[in-house]
Structure formats: C-alpha cells, structure tokens
Design a protein around this ligand. Structure first.
Ligand SMILES: Nc1ncnc2c1ncn2[C@@H]1O[C@H](COP(=O)(O)OP(=O)(O)OP(=O)(O)O)[C@@H](O)[C@H]1O
Length: 353
C-alpha cells in the first residue's frame, strides 16, 4: 500500500498484473444501483454555487468553439476563492454564466438556489440586481462617469427600490467607510486613483447585499501595491459581510492569498490548491501549508498534470490498481517491462504439450 503523499516516502510498490475481468452485474444489482442513485441528494445540494457538467459552445461563421467542456465546480457559502487558468481556458465564459449574462449550452448551474438555465428575462434581471454583484477589470465598465462615488453606490439600491433616499445614502456611506473610501464620497471616477475606483466598484457590487460577488481580473490594470489594497477590500467584504467571493485572476499573489485556488484547463476544472494554517507544536509558530489536488469530476474523470505523466511516458491509457485507501496509476507499458506478462510460463517447453 502506498502511503499518502504527505507522509514518509513509500517503498516502491510492485507493478500490478491486470485484474481479471469482472462478472457482469445481475438484474438485482442494477435495480439496487438505480434505487441508490434515486435516494442520493442532488449534486452540490448544499453548495451556494453548483456547476454540473457545464457546457458552452460558441459558433462563429460555422466554426464551433467549446469554451466549457463539462465543467464541475462547487463553491460553499462564505468562501473567498480564486479561479486561474491560461488564456482561453474558459474563465470569463464561466463568470459570464454565473453573472447571468450568458446561458450555458448544456449542463446545470445553480447559484443561491436559482437555476441559471431556467430564468426568464424578469427573473434574470432580478438575479443580476439582487443575487450577484460583479466587478470587471476595466474600471470604466464598473462606474458611471457622471456620478460621484456615493451616487454610484446608491444607484443599484435605487433601481431595486424599496428604500428611502436617506436610507440609501446611509447604506452607501457605510460601504464607503467599510472599504476605507470615505474621502472619495463626493468624487467622480476621473478623480479617483485606479485602486480607489476598483474599491468603489466593489462597494457598488455590494450595494444590494448580493449572496455572491464575482470579479474578473479586478487587479489586472493595477500595480502590485494597489492590487494588494483592492484584494484587502475583497477580504473585508468576505469577512465582515460574509459575502461569497469568486475572483478570476492571473495575479499569483492574489491566488496565493486565498484558501482555495481552482485551475481551469480546456474548459474543465483540472487542479485545485487548498491552503490551511498549521501551528508547529514545538515552536507555536503558524505557517500556511498549500497542497495541490487533482479534480475528480462527476464522471470519474481525472486530469493528470503533464509534469507527472510525461516523465513516466504515460499516454493513451494507464493501468489502475485499487488499494484499500488509494488508487495507484501505472504506465501502460514501461520501456523495460512488457505491459501484460505473457500467459505461458517461460520455463515451460512450448514443444511439450
Ligand atoms: N462570444 C464568443 N464567441 C466565440 N468564441 C468565444 C466567445 N467567447 C469566448 N470564446 C472562446 O471561448 C474560449 C474561452 O474563452 P474565455 O474568454 O472564456 O477564456 P479565458 O480563460 O477567460 O481567457 P482570458 O484569460 O484570455 O480572458 C476561447 O477559445 C474564446 O475564443
């Protein structure tokens, strides 16, 4: 048995011989499996965001691009997490779907109990106004240039209705204070620095106390010091207001600051880094320990990182060995070993039979 990778290095286990073919399931087995499947709770039933085998196909001039190819993602209430991935991997496509701006081609997506594939125009508008807030990379897209910071923040409250002007002003002032922007109250966007403008954009996105705050490259146009201040504003929103936050970023510093970073590759979640704080029993010193996990999707598919598979010459197919507490993955045919041992005993004389 191979110990967990975070334990003492294991002795090299013996390569397994291929398992004997399994007996076909009986009718009773199949009925039992079907009954178990019915009794199971819906995938991601307790998550705030649940994407289930999400597909988005764009067709331009008869050419199809599969931007999302069966993406699974669960985000719990109260999380502050980052999405990373190469250009074109599908991050913005996913964010636009979660923001209610685009509709997936297939699959399922639920945010705060709303089914994103089944919303009519009215519920979609309500969803965008009240359930999600959005911060874009370009500050010009987040703020109206002819309104002050306070008026920008009060506008979504006004569009939703139900609150008096004085209440809206007080709520907007509270958000300005929470994000250390009180001095920007009466300034218009062109009078704000890049960082102040993005923090004001966060306040605008939080105006109607959304369940989820989505941000697509919010620090992309900022220097690293300003980016830190903007990220601190996201953290404040998460810790003080309990808002669930998903940030798409290329900024490694931002990705390192959050507890969970999910990587998207070719339109699917591929790996995930989880960070937790550990306290050294001897010194009492705190340190953050990060571990990288591969994502196992609902169909049981796993993307093995190339830097793991390439040195072992793994391609096309691999041999799996089930152990009591883990699964070992073996190259199909290592250079010096035949993939399948010959059936005959080599000591036997083939002419004997
Ligand atoms: N409206 C569209 N029409 C056609 N193809 C699109 C459209 N939007 C996205 N795509 C394609 O879908 C794929 C995923 O794009 P997407 O913008 O989601 O990637 P991304 O990971 O956000 O990239 P980047 O980091 O560069 O913003 C790309 O191949 C892109 O060209």
């Amino acid at each position: 048995m191979t110990p967990r990778p975070d334990a003492t290095p294991p002795p090299t286990p013996a390569r397994p011989s291929p398992p004997p073919p399994a007996a076909p399931p009986s009718l009773t087995d199949l009925e039992r499996r079907a009954a178990t499947r019915h009794a199971r709770p819906v995938y991601g039933h307790d998550a705030l965001i649940a994407c289930d085998r999400l597909v988005r196909v764009f067709t331009t001039d008869g050419v199809e691009v599969q931007a999302l190819q069966g993406l699974d993602l669960l985000v719990s209430e109260g999380e502050l997490m980052a999405l990373v991935g190469a250009s074109g991997s599908g991050k913005s496509t996913l964010m636009n779907i979660l923001a209610g701006l685009d509709v997936p081609t297939a699959g399922a997506a639920r945010v705060a109990g709303r089914d994103l594939l089944a919303m009519d125009a009215r519920t979609r508008l309500d969803y965008r106004r009240n359930i999600v807030g959005f911060v874009w990379q370009q500050t010009a897209r987040n703020l109206l240039p002819y309104l002050t910071a306070l008026q920008n923040i009060a506008l979504p409250m006004q569009l939703r209705g139900g609150r008096r002007r004085s209440e809206r002003t007080r709520a907007a002032e509270e958000l300005l204070s929470l994000l250390s922007l009180t001095h920007c109250r009466d300034r218009r966007p062109h009078q704000l620095s890049g960082g102040e403008a993005q923090r004001t954009a966060i306040a605008v996105a939080l105006a109607n106390t959304p369940a989820v705050l989505l941000a697509d490259e919010p620090t992309g146009e900022l220097d690293s010091h300003t980016a830190e201040q903007v990220f601190a504003a996201f953290r404040t929103a998460n810790e003080e207001l309990g808002t669930t936050i998903v940030i798409v970023t290329h900024d490694q510093k931002v990705a390192d600051e959050v507890r969970r970073t999910v990587a998207i590759r070719d339109g699917r979640t591929s790996t995930e880094v989880l960070r937790r704080t550990e306290i050294d029993a001897a010194t009492g010193r705190e340190s953050v320990v990060a571990r990288e996990y591969a994502t196992l999707d609902r169909a049981g598919r796993l993307q093995l990182p190339a830097d793991y598979t390439a040195p072992l010459g793994m391609r096309d197919r691999v041999l799996l060995q089930r152990e009591p507490d883990h699964i070992a993955v073996w190259p199909d045919a290592p250079a010096d070993t035949p993939a399948e041992p010959p059936d005959e005993d080599p000591t036997e004389d083939p002419t004997e039979a």
